[in-house]
Design a protein around this ligand. Structure first.
Ligand code: NAD
Length: 300
């Protein structure tokens, strides 16, 4: 991790948190990935490859997949795109995933979610070889992460949050940390990662009785609820580090789960939306792809 170097360069004014620059941290990760790709090619003759599978023509998903493929090209990772129409029968998608599982040029398989109605995302995720599960969503990898195993493939967004916490110099060992949200994509793996970093984790969700009180006791707050401005200044203790995973499209534009203007007056460090967690997700996808390629070449 980057160790306290990727916050905005301007010294924060009194009562104004340092803004953690996700674009800068992501650029550093992507540079690190580029170096690993060069080394893999030079030392082992391996070209990391990512297969992207997109079912249907959801415009948002098309943009996400295109950005991921562009990032691969920039990092020197081969990408193999497989667009399928909607509706696609489950048996056809399963057959494609099986073929990609067997393809030695493919080290990571990204099945863009959500899938169109009629396709079972959990079943299709389980169809992916855990050794190629670049999103870390297969139950085997989720289980390994829950057990604290170092060889788990870690989902990209939570992995990016941990990089940002490292870059912000957040002290995690022993620290009270709150995760808001319990999805398999973000909240649950994040709670496991923070626990693995020796934080004292409280896991909140939509049924939590007094979210404000729990947050006020925390030194680290990570919001991943998908509720605009859920976390307000009165819920944050002075000096806390606040990471906003939320990406909410509102009439006022893209907004996170944190009231940025209010909370930055109280917190020590905070991520903006956009420009915080968002850029990290693709960077960590590249990192995971290279990791899986290296593992495959080790015969692990
Ligand atoms: P989700 O809908 O699957 O889960 C949301 C979680 O938040 C649930 O566990 C729910 O219990 C909890 N929650 C809902 N309302 C709450 C409330 N009022 N108080 C406390 N908890 C509450 O969502 P997700 O996939 O985990 O995504 C969460 C947010 O993060 C969304 O805004 C999503 O767009 C965003 N996201 C961003 C990125 C990125 O790359 N920046 C990646 C993934 C998700």
């Amino acid at each position: 991790m980057a160790g306290g170097t990727r916050v905005s360069s301007a010294a924060p004014a009194a009562g104004s948190a340092e803004v953690i620059d996700g674009r800068a941290v992501a650029a550093a990760v992507r540079e690190r990935v580029r170096r690993k790709v060069t080394a893999l090619r030079a030392e082992r003759g391996i070209e990391p490859g990512l297969a992207t599978v997109l079912v249907g023509d959801d415009p948002g998903s098309e943009i996400y997949v295109r950005r991921k493929r562009e990032a691969c090209a920039e990092a020197g990772i081969r990408s193999f795109h497989h667009p399928l129409p909607a509706p696609t029968p489950a048996i056809e998608l399963a057959a494609l995933l099986d073929a990609l599982n067997d393809d030695r040029a493919v080290h990571g398989i990204l099945l863009q979610l959500p899938l169109p109605a009629g396709l079972d995302a959990a079943a299709m995720t389980r169809r992916i070889d855990p050794a190629k599960d670049v999103d870390g969503l297969h139950p085997l990898n989720a289980g390994l992460l829950a057990q604290g195993a170092v060889d788990a493939v870690v989902p990209c967004t939570p992995a990016g949050v941990m990089e940002l916490l490292g870059a912000a110099g957040a002290e995690l060992a022993g620290a009270p940390a709150v995760v808001i949200g319990r999805s398999t994509l973000v909240g649950r793996p994040l709670a496991s990662l923070l626990l693995g970093a020796d934080a004292t984790v409280t896991h909140c969700h939509s049924r939590t009785r007094d979210l404000a009180a729990v947050c006020r006791d925390a030194e680290v707050v990570v919001a991943a609820a998908g509720v605009p401005r859920l976390v307000t200044a009165d819920m944050v203790s002075p000096g806390a580090t606040v990471i906003d995973v939320g990406t909410n499209r509102t009439d006022a534009g893209l907004t996170g789960d944190v009231d940025f203007d209010g909370v930055r007056r109280v917190a020590r460090a905070i991520t903006p939306v956009p420009g915080g967690v968002g850029p990290m997700t693709i960077a960590m996808l590249l990192d995971n792809t290279v990791r899986l390629a290296r593992r495959a070449s080790n015969g692990e």
